[in-house]
Design a protein around this ligand. Structure first.
Ligand SMILES: [Mn+2]
Length: 378
């Protein structure tokens, strides 16, 4: 059965479409949160998910995508954003085999458009995805959260980092930390020995030049996720870290289909990244298609932990961030991002239900207040 969404749900009084709140979910097999619970969060429009069983680089089978969509539709939730379709390491490395994987990526884009997907989130980080040094650091209020301490990272090897992360994931797979991908770690590091930032950037441009025409044809927007954290780790290059290099990337393939997943938490740990200003610039260009909105507390040089969404709890001003999104008339997708583990919840680090649900209502509350204040001040 195909359920059509009531379009009134996303249109405000004046008929202006507004941003859509979505929630990340890891599938029936690997998420402790049932869709039935997610749909009870006020204001939720849809699910952000992925096909976790398909090895990186393979074509996503249409039947599997349709099945996922059917499951989600049963709960009257949309599936318009995929996070992520991961990019094969050979593409990032610029190996001759990349063309095969790019061809597969285009097939996946076509298959996703078939079920109404609008945005594909991806990243272009070598070897590692997001990195933290602790997944369950206790906070004063008894909650637990993810923590990053650069000085600690500098003292350990990549292997030790992986063992720390996977050993603490409580049996949940972590996005970007699939053990099979990390097995050939030494080989991967060797392969990256002569890849500097410029080479990595050129490999990204090559990939985008190939896929963006397909995206245009099938009306699917690409949204690159910034590097998390936005600096080099273990000597590996990172290229989506600042306003300048994001601008360079957007200009290199100058199409609205080549866009950004603006993650406040990833970019925000670098104090010289002015997030509201970035939203106004890139949003004004029509290039932000997806936003991850969360807060974090910077407690030292390249040292931070993830907090609840509230402005007072972290280093980012969430009002200013939501106001910037409101000011650019953002009509894309917003999701709360990592939350703490609270109320005794056991789940995938960063992806509990409770704190992200609180974050959702907070973001929606800010949005309503901004909307109504603007109307009052007219
Ligand atoms: Mn993010």
């Amino acid at each position: 059965m195909r359920i059509h969404h009531n379009i009134i749900f996303i249109v405000n009084k004046k008929g202006r479409a507004k941003m859509k709140i979505v929630f990340r979910w890891f599938g029936e097999k690997d998420d402790h949160i049932p869709l039935d619970y997610i749909r009870q969060i006020p204001g939720i429009y849809g699910i952000v998910t992925s096909l976790y069983d398909i090895p990186v680089g393979e074509i996503w089978p249409l039947e599997d995508i349709k099945q996922l969509k059917r499951t989600i539709s049963e709960y009257k939730l949309s599936m318009e954003v995929i996070e992520s379709v991961n990019v094969h390491e050979d593409i990032k490395l610029g190996l001759p085999t990349r063309d095969k994987y790019i061809k597969n990526y285009k097939e996946t884009i076509k298959n996703l458009s078939d079920v109404g997907v609008k945005v594909i989130c991806y990243n272009f980080m070598p070897i590692f995805d997001w990195v933290r040094t602790e997944l369950d650091k206790p906070l004063d209020d008894g909650s637990k959260t993810m923590f990053y301490e650069h000085s600690k990272l500098q003292k350990i090897s990549p292997k030790e980092l992986i063992n720390n992360i996977l050993g603490k994931s409580k049996g949940f797979s972590l996005p970007g930390w699939e053990p099979e991908r990390l097995k050939e770690l030494e080989e991967l590091f060797k392969a990256y020995e002569d890849i500097d930032e410029l080479k990595l950037f050129n490999n990204l441009v090559y990939f985008l030049e190939q896929i963006i025409p397909t995206c245009k044809e099938y009306d699917i927007k690409m949204a690159i996720h910034p590097d998390d954290p936005p600096w080099s780790l273990f000597g590996l290059p990172r290229i989506i870290t600042s306003k300048e290099n994001i601008m360079r990337m957007l200009k290199a393939v100058d199409s609205e289909y080549n866009g950004l997943a603006l993650c406040t938490g990833s970019l925000g740990v670098k104090t010289d990244n002015d997030i509201p200003e970035m939203i106004r610039t890139f949003g004004g260009m029509g290039r932000i298609h997806f936003a991850h909105v969360r807060n974090l507390k910077i407690i030292g040089d390249k040292t931070f932990y993830e907090t609840s969404h509230r402005t007072e709890d972290g280093s980012l001003d969430m009002f200013e961030i939501m106001k910037a999104l409101h000011d650019i008339d953002f009509k894309g997708y917003i999701r709360p991002d990592h939350g703490r583990m609270i109320w005794g919840e056991k789940g995938r680090p960063g992806y509990g239900l409770y704190d992200r649900a609180l974050g959702t209502t907070y973001l929606i509350g800010l949005w309503e207040a901004i909307t109504k204040m603007k109307e009052l001040n007219k």
